[in-house]
Write a protein that binds this ligand. Structure first.
Ligand code: ZN
Ligand code: FE
Length: 257
């Protein structure tokens, strides 16, 4: 099973899994890069996964579904403008013998889901849409900080070897903020150099390794003393509970240039 990030728009990735002439794509906001890849590699599109309702994740679904008759899965708690099998927390399905587990991860949108799979003989895969980014997390458009914290906790509990397939190449700008929060985090500094090197060669920084995210991503580290004290310095009014620490970290990032 091969994993391929197809660049779309200015900074989206449409993740593609390829196996024996068949392909699965995640969040095809645009059908064109998918169609081009399928033609070029002589593959059939078999399955489409959608994490949430935003147009940059769903815009290409109807055309691909129509052109290929591909099976579509998506969130049970959101309304999408095409036919799909609705999934919620704990529900599973299989694609070419590989099992996918659905996780409810509200916060960026209220019905956002993520997909977790363990391909045989390979590191696990997490398709998390706009919930977890390398070095950051999605903006809270519909959910509460408490929901997002719980969603990220759920993702953080997956195996550390998991390949985190985020839907955007936001890594370098996220890391700039992460460095403002934890300027003395050595793992973070090493990771910044690594990612700068990749981007200089026009390569994706993704998929990220979950174990590394736990070391460098401030939004997965909101219970660490260094992150707590940085948030308190930025927002002295913050209350001493984890949801409020998380909320103010997210607000800080919203305004950070
Ligand atoms: Zn989104
Ligand atoms: Fe997006």
């Amino acid at each position: 099973m091969n994993l391929i990030p197809l660049p779309a728009f200015s900074d989206n990735y449409i993740w593609l899994l390829q196996h024996q002439g068949l392909a699965l794509v995640v969040d095809p906001g645009d059908s064109t890069p998918v169609a081009n890849w399928l033609t070029e590699h002589n593959h059939k599109l078999d399955c489409i996964l959608v994490t949430h309702h935003h147009g940059d994740h769903t815009g290409g679904v109807a055309k691909l579904q129509h052109d290929w008759g591909a099976k579509v899965y998506g969130p049970a708690h959101e309304k999408l403008p095409f036919e799909y099998q609705a999934l919620m927390q704990g529900q599973q399905f299989s694609w070419l013998g590989m099992n996918f587990l659905t996780l409810d991860v509200p916060g960026h949108t209220s019905g956002h889901i993520a997909y977790f799979a363990e391909p045989e003989g390979q590191e696990p895969l997490l398709f998390c849409g706009d919930t977890l980014f390398s070095g950051g997390c999605g903006r809270l458009f519909e959910g509460t900080p408490k929901q997002m914290l719980h969603s990220l906790d759920q993702l953080a509990a997956l195996p550390g070897t998991s390949r985190v397939c985020c839907a955007h190449e936001y890594t370098l700008s996220n890391l700039k903020f992460a460095n403002a929060v934890e300027p003395h985090n050595a793992s973070l500094q090493a990771y910044v150099l690594h990612c700068k090197d990749l981007r200089a060669q026009n390569l994706p920084t993704l998929p990220a390794k979950l174990a590394n995210e736990l070391q460098i991503n401030p939004f997965l580290r909101t219970r660490s003393p260094t992150v707590i004290s940085a948030v308190k310095k930025f927002a002295p009014q913050v209350k001493d509970n984890e949801a409020d620490i998380f909320a103010h970290l997210r607000l800080w990032k919203n305004d950070y240039q």
